[in-house]
Design a protein around this ligand. Structure first.
Ligand code: ADP
Ligand code: MG
Length: 248
């Protein structure tokens, strides 16, 4: 028997006003699977990630993560908080608190999202900072860090939450080229732990290397998906072919 999917998204739809941004997204993700989403801009990739933890409230559809199932029609405040505890989010622009140190940015998340006692949160934050190679930056404020270091704190904050699903929304696209490598290296390190990851990125080579599966989205729909080799080297849909010609 095949193992049930750790994460199951059914019939997810979302409009902003008259614009239909996500249209009936169905997606299962296995435990430990690394899934990369690619596609043109404005196609709903960020909205998909944001709907998964209700940063955007989906119009319809069900999201199941492990034993928690949340239906858009009847999502309670408690459901949404529970979903947020099962996911962690790495933002394109890092989304660090400017008035908090690297350590405090991580402890804050552990205290507010997971309700951890402060001493535990500090211990976990320091362990994560060591893991991300930023132990010497624990007391630094974001403004004193490079873009690459800031995003590594952002990833560290998401790692510290020990979420069932880590969501990455174009984590390197706001970075100067010189900082991209260290951020991708840290993401490789996370992937090696078989953390379940859903990553939106334009880094096609990176996707080829770490993804178990690549999904191509266009116009709010999943157009095509498959193992990296298949999707990148033998795409079937003309939209996938056109997109790959543009980005590679
Ligand atoms: P992608 O991440 O693939 O570039 P997005 O999910 O950010 O795409 O956006 C998809 C579409 O939804 C775009 O047309 C965008 O303008 C629109 N959109 C996204 N967020 C909002 C919002 N909060 N209000 C109105 N329109 C939005
Ligand atoms: Mg986006």
């Amino acid at each position: 028997m095949t193992k049930p999917a750790a994460i199951s998204i059914k019939g997810l739809s979302k409009s902003f006003g008259a614009t239909r941004v996500l249209e009936d997204i169905n997606l299962d993700i296995a435990e430990g699977e690394r899934v990369v989403v690619i596609g043109p801009s404005g196609t709903g990739k960020s909205t998909l990630l944001r709907c998964l933890n209700y940063l955007d409230h989906p119009d319809s559809g069900t999201i199941r993560i492990g034993d928690l199932s949340v239906d858009a029609d009847k999502a309670s405040r408690a459901d949404i908080l529970a979903l947020r505890r099962k996911t962690s989010f790495v933002f394109q622009n890092y989304a660090l608190f400017a008035n908090k140190t690297a350590r405090e940015n991580i402890t804050q998340a552990l205290i507010t999202v997971k309700g951890q006692p402060k001493a535990d949160a500090i211990a976990r934050a320091d362990a994560t900072l060591r893991e991300t190679g930023l132990a010497d930056k624990a007391d630094a404020y974001p403004a004193a860090l490079s873009g690459g270091q800031q995003q590594r704190v952002g990833i560290g904050r998401a790692m510290a939450l020990d979420a069932d699903l880590m969501l990455f929304d174009e984590p390197t696209s706001a970075l100067d080229p010189e900082w991209v490598g260290e951020v991708l290296d840290l993401m490789r390190q996370v992937a090696e732990k078989r953390q379940t990851m859903l990553i939106v990125t334009h880094e096609i080579q990176f996707a080829r290397e770490i993804a178990d599966r690549i999904i191509f989205m266009d116009g709010g729909k999943i157009v095509e998906q498959g193992p990296p080799k298949q999707l990148l080297e033998a795409p079937q849909d003309p939209r996938t072919k056109a997109f790959l010609r543009r980005v590679s």
